[in-house]
Design a protein around this ligand. Sequence first.
Ligand SMILES: [Zn+2]
Length: 88
Amino acid sequence: MLNKSLFACRVCGLEQPEPPWGLDGKTATFDICACCGAEFGYEDSLYSAVVSYREEWKRKGMNWWSEKDKPEDWDVKAQLSNIPAEYL
Ligand SMILES: [Zn+2]
């Protein structure tokens, strides 16, 4: 059973098709999160960067970087609850 938190964006909690930091949690894909637009391995490499990116994203209205991927019934609260505890 894979650890589900490996698949969640550290910034916004969106579940990714691939683990943003690989299965070992150390090998970043450098993909872009469809929701918050963070680049894995770059904007989410440090705790402080994750928190400030998240605050900025919230301040700007929590827009989707890729609007076409936004679910019609998007549940932001449920998504935010996926953020790995060590990045809250
Ligand atoms: Zn994200």
